[in-house]
Design a protein around this ligand. Structure first.
Ligand code: MLT
Length: 257
């Protein structure tokens, strides 16, 4: 499937995958900062932003193959893949299917484990509820969990923009992604076999994908770097773009040519 995307800068390709139910819009500050040294591409994953939804469940594998199609269309063979939360789940699917295409991996506020049976059931119920009404239950549940409360005080306008992106995501797309996340496999067995340089970044107060889990993930990936961003939650790149951008720039500069 052809994805809508934003592109800026030139040089080695860096692809950034947003979380659920967001869009490339969340990477605004990273696109600005990284495009001075890299070709940055931020797609809208299927059903999100301006990308079409396609048929059936939006699996992490289908999303990963969409990303491959996009990178192929850009004529690039190897690139750095970054993903936040659901974008990280898609990155794991990409590693499983197309790892030879990667020169680096940036796993942000995400987890390797699959859903617990309870979490998967809860997603199935939420998908039904969203299809029967609208996306409000998802937005209302997620908003307070996405951000450290201090971010809400520091940048209420940016939080309102993120909320609007969520509200504008179609109910069918939210349901398809919920079902896709619910059936994603456990990526923990994959971690020890990741051979590309990897950054694991997490907001210190992330309540959706907690720092303790990110630490375990980083320990399991050979040579991975761990960065815990102080004072921010699940949306670390939105909450403290300055801190996150300097971590990303350092990591990208460390990659072998
Ligand atoms: C996300 O931020 O992408 C989602 O919260 C991930 C999830 O629900 O597991």
């Amino acid at each position: 499937m052809k994805l809508a995307y934003e592109e800026a800068g030139s040089g080695e390709l860096v692809v950034l995958l947003h979380g659920f139910p967001l869009s490339r819009q969340m990477w605004r500050a990273q696109i600005d900062a990284l495009s001075s040294g890299y070709r940055v591409v931020a797609p809208d994953l299927r059903g999100h932003g301006a990308s079409p939804l396609g048929q059936g469940v939006a699996t992490m594998e289908a999303m990963a193959d969409d990303v491959l199609e996009l990178v192929d269309s850009l004529g690039v063979s190897r690139f750095v893949l970054g993903g936040l939360s659901m974008g990280g789940y898609v990155a794991f699917a990409f590693v499983r299917r197309h790892s030879e295409r990667l020169r680096g991996l940036m796993l942000m506020d995400t987890r390797a484990a699959a859903d617990t049976p309870e979490a998967a059931l809860n997603r199935a119920r939420t998908a039904e509820a969203v299809l029967a009404a609208d996306v409000t239950p998802v937005v209302d549940t997620m908003m307070p969990r996405l951000f450290d409360p201090r971010s809400a005080e520091r940048s209420p306008e940016r939080l309102a923009e993120i909320k609007a992106v969520m509200q504008n995501t179609a109910a069918a797309a939210v349901a398809a992604a919920l079902r896709g996340m619910a059936c994603r496999p456990d990526s923990r067995p994959l971690l020890g076999a990741i051979t590309v340089p990897t950054l694991v970044l997490v907001g210190e107060t992330d309540v959706i994908t907690p720092a303790a889990e990110a630490e375990l993930m980083a320990q399991a990936i050979p040579g991975a770097r761990l960065a815990v961003v102080p004072g921010v939650g699940h949306m670390a790149p939105v909450e403290d773009p300055g801190a996150v951008n300097s971590i990303l720039v350092d990591f990208l500069a460390s990659l072998p040519a």
